[in-house]
Design a protein around this ligand. Structure first.
Ligand SMILES: *[C@@H]1O[C@H](CO)[C@@H](O)[C@H](O)[C@H]1NC(C)=O
Ligand SMILES: *[C@@H]1O[C@H](CO)[C@@H](O)[C@H](O)[C@H]1NC(C)=O
Ligand SMILES: *[C@@H]1O[C@H](CO)[C@@H](O)[C@H](O)[C@H]1NC(C)=O
Length: 448
């Protein structure tokens, strides 16, 4: 009680303090591939050990997956060893809740088969176990609970017959909760990934990489991709960079502009390593340093725009209560924005095993006020979210309304029942200063 009181004060203090990290980010070296695999397999074992209690929670006796190489169940990717790259032959997996009965307490039971031998054995196992409710991943809407391929369903119908197919059920939240829940040991590595993301942003959005009047947005996109290679991480999504204007939206593909002084740049990108994914959007400003104008910072009007999107981030985090649905969170956020006179849009999503992970979404770009199915799921604890949104702000000197687009990743802090930024959030524009380029002797990068 007292501890949580002090933590509350600490967090309130942090909320008022700057959340933009004070120190520049440093590229974080990950362990060797062998060590990463070892760590990931420990997380895997820890996750799998939670399945019996999840079965109990959702009143399921057995969770059955049948899959073939190249037609894996979506869940397979969140149960595999780090050194597995696909399911072999036909792989049948049976997670069960009965510790007493099944051979050697093995959980899951697993068959790798290409002769049909699995079916009599599976039938005999079910016969001795006698599950009342067998979960199959056949949901119509939620991908994480829908990984049973149609061909496998036909085979199960034939091989298990009415005797067992009549016991099958759909319970999508079990799969969602399994995939969404993060192990506590993952956070330290997620923080490293996020610091690497920021190091890339601080280098990529600087005069080291961008030469105003020469470098294009596409050049910088490929710089980011090459940088990932150098840092031994991959991605789930091509980096997309655009010059922000009133028209440049949605700009999912990025733009192909020569970057010029006075431009507002925007990036949306993520990295992947150790089974974890990031998703970040930041903005940069190219200082005007020619023609006797010597800017040293972004114009006040742009800073105001970022303050609005920062305020929207606060609003989302304050309202993102575990147990509420994404749609309920969205509604109260939109109401609060209205009261505070902020216009914009929220489209935040879970992140983790996948860039777009299992769980409830808070808005969608094309569904700004209510999201059927995915928005109706509850916000889960012990998971990560990507707080993705934009605020509209009119920039009078440009005579344009710009969308201030930001995205930062947060994690759940159980003791506080609230969310915190994994590294921090952008509160200042990354600045590109052509003068420093000359002073510091950076040459124009050859991007071709
Ligand atoms: C576990 O399996 C045994 C043997 O099949 C059975 O007798 C028992 O009722 C099962 N327990 C539960 C909790 O299902
Ligand atoms: C990337 O991996 C290579 C090969 O193991 C290694 O030499 C290099 O130092 C690694 N780079 C970083 C930034 O971790
Ligand atoms: C600003 O833009 C609006 C429409 O986008 C236009 O009607 C108006 O004339 C512009 N104002 C100035 C001062 O350029």
């Amino acid at each position: 009680m007292i501890l949580s009181f002090f933590l509350q004060i600490l967090v309130t203090g942090l909320a008022l303090a700057q959340l933009h990290p004070k120190e520049p980010a440093i590229y974080q070296r990950l362990p060797s591939l062998r060590e990463r695999a070892h760590i990931q397999d420990q997380w895997r074992d820890e996750r799998i050990s939670t399945i019996p209690s999840l079965l109990k929670k959702y009143n399921i006796d057995a969770w059955l997956m049948s899959q073939r190489e190249h037609a894996e169940d979506t869940i397979w990717w969140s149960t595999k060893h780090a050194t597995d790259y696909d399911a072999h032959r036909r792989t049948v997996v049976l997670f069960h809740a009965n510790k007493s009965s099944l051979a050697g307490h093995v959980n899951p039971l697993m068959w790798v088969d290409n002769t049909g031998q699995v079916w009599p054995e599976l039938r005999a196992t079910l016969e001795s176990y006698n599950p009342k409710r067998i979960l199959l991943n056949t949901d119509r809407d939620i991908a994480f609970a829908a990984g049973l391929h149609a061909g496998e369903l036909f085979v199960l119908q034939e091989e298990l017959g009415h005797r067992w197919m009549s016991k099958t059920v759909n319970e999508p939240m079990l799969a969602v909760e399994y995939v969404a829940t993060k192990m506590s040991g993952q956070l330290a590595y997620y923080k490293k990934l996020q610091e690497t993301v920021w190091a890339m942003l601080e280098e990529g959005f600087s005069q080291r990489v961008i030469h105003p009047g020469v470098t294009t947005t596409k050049d910088v996109e490929w710089w980011f991709l090459e940088k990932m290679q150098e840092q031994n991480v991959t991605t789930w999504n091509h980096p997309r960079i655009s010059v922000l204007t009133e028209e440049s939206y949605p700009g999912w593909e990025g733009s192909d502009d020569i970057i010029r002084e006075g431009d507002i740049l925007h990036i949306d990108f993520g990295i992947t390593a150790m089974g974890l994914n990031t998703d970040t959007q930041h903005m940069a400003y190219v200082l005007r340093t020619s023609d006797d104008i010597l800017e040293t910072d972004a114009p006040e009007s742009l800073k105001e725009g970022m303050r609005k999107s920062n305020r929207m981030q606060d609003i989302v985090l304050e309202n993102m209560k575990v147990g509420l649905s994404g749609n309920e969170v969205l509604r109260v956020c939109l109401e609060q924005m209205k009261r505070e006179g902020i216009e914009g849009q929220i489209f935040s999503h879970p992140i983790g095993d996948w860039g777009h992970d299992a769980g409830s979404v808070i808005g969608f770009l094309n569904l700004p006020e209510f999201v059927p199915v995915l928005g109706e799921l509850p916000i889960l604890p012990n998971t990560y979210y990507s707080v993705e949104l934009y605020a509209y702000h009119f920039i009078s000197e440009r005579n344009e309304t710009i969308r201030f687009r930001q995205e930062e990743n947060v994690y759940y802090v159980e003791e506080l029942n609230s969310w915190q930024f994994v590294r921090g959030r952008q509160e200042r524009f990354h600045l590109i200063d052509g003068r420093k380029q000359q002073q510091q002797g950076f040459t124009v990068q050859n991007f071709s």
